[in-house]
Design a protein around this ligand. Sequence first.
Ligand code: 1PR
Length: 583
Amino acid sequence: MPKVHLLDYVAGNIRSLVNAIEKCGYEVEWIKSPEDVKTADKIILPGVGHFGHCLKSLSDAGYLPAIHDHISAGKPFFGICVGLQALFSGSEEAPSVPGLDLISTSLRRFSPSNADGSRKSVPCIGWNDASTLHHESSSAKDEGGLGKSFYGLNPSSKYYYVHSYFAPYAPGHLESQGWTVATARYGDERYVGAIGRENIFATQFHPEKSGAAGLRVIKAFLDGGMWSDALLTSLPGTNLPPSFVANGASSSGGSMNGLTRRIIACLDVRTNDAGDLVVTKGDQYDVREKSEGGNVRNLGKPVDMARKYYTQGADEVTFLNITSFRDCPITDLPMLEILRRTSETVFVPLTIGGGIRDMVDPATGKEVSALDVAKLYFASGADKVSIGSDAVLAAEEYWANGGRGNGKSGIETISAAYGAQAVVVSVDPKRVYVSDPSELEGKKKHRVIKTGDKDEQGREYVWFACTIKGGREVRDLDVVQLVTACEAMGAGEILLNAIDRDGSNRGYDLELIALVKSVVNIPVIASSGAGRPAHFDEVFRQTDVDAALGAGMFHRGEYTVAQVKEHLGQAGLLVRPFEEFEP
Ligand code: 1PR
């Protein structure tokens, strides 16, 4: 098998990159020291997290001169995410840390609002373009017409991005220095999605997480195919963007600041009564059959189901280990095995939740931190971890401490090590009805809203109480207090469940979603209640939620993910087209 060298300097979550490379028919060799760089032919430099942390680690370990030499020798180099950012002169994220300075532009942080006052979430998480057809002087044309594809990129494909900092794109500037640039637009900021010149290539998006479209890019780099004759085809349900789109202009209707509408399939996993790990699903968090015996509902095998949703076009897959508050996840090897096996065939982001907290290993009696548990999950193929109960406890402490984190919570430690985008907070709120908001006066200041969904007693005010341990314990903390504290402590995304809606097929709790969106700036995923494709349309139109998750309707086979996307596409919302990959 041909080889490629991988430089993994932040011990981490690159199992899926390795899997993607192998899927393309190549073998990975690890670079363990700057000396190894000399013997390498092709190098891939992946990067996640903080620009300063990554560049400083590379510099301290003596890699920067070795990378410079590799590039000057004309050998192939491929940087991914922060690996792309490393090529630039520096970043607002760490002003005192220099980059490789092969491109004399500095990276900026996304603004949370557009010029017209509309908002956008930061980090930017989702599927976007990497198109060379963004400007009249596009290199795709210069190099032989619109038919040429740059490293397998297709202007009507979508790629998975997750970042808060970006390389701004000014038409013609980088091209005049010989670079070919593919761009994406987030709100009114157009930025570099992929860039290349001679032996250098880099993508801001994660090709290993971008389905077939991303695998094609990896294969093009590995095969040395900078320009290919592959026709830039228009995929079903999409239009090729116009060959000339003014900088910053909106090229696609129905998108969310340029991103497609993200559809997530969620698998609640637990051990059933026979001792097997199964996908289950209940209503209002009760997963046992209502019939006599009350067995845990078994809806299928986790790895097979994740694979099925990937081939149906799911943009992301989430696993929640729903009984890990009882079981210790570090001894829960089958769960890690599920992740490992899933990441071999599912090339979209994988999130895993359940039991991420400080604990004591029952086997050794040693303390294990939430960060250690997360590391295990990352090493097994997870891209993000989702924290439920522990986030509630950390938020309570945050407020008890006068609105300050103590630096020790799982959210803070994992976010510092892997970046905010790797930390999802899974929220399990329950509605608490009151006749009059004054009922709460003198008590904790919970955010009360007037609801259109009155309870049986006709009460029309409600606050959303947070719960822990899979909804079993209700806390005196409301959802606004929870999410604002978590955002401040470094969470990068909110997975917003609603126990009252869970498994109900009644549609999402739009009031809850609008409330949470109004108080945080990080992306929010709507969850609980999806029963048919129209519910996805409804939540995207009536709130500015960033993604929507479904579980039961998919598991019970009532609808496929593809049907949801088709429905959204027909309703005029932008969705990622599904593509096939043949290595
Ligand atoms: O508290 O950090 O150990 O994490 C445990 C995780 O497990 C939490 O994220 C919590 O939401 C989840 N969980 C715990 N118990 C249950 C249960 O069902 N008994 N499931 C549970 C949560 C919520 C969603 C579900 C949506 C959509 N499930 O994942 O998929 O509600 O369902 P629908 O589309 O069928 O309506 P920790």
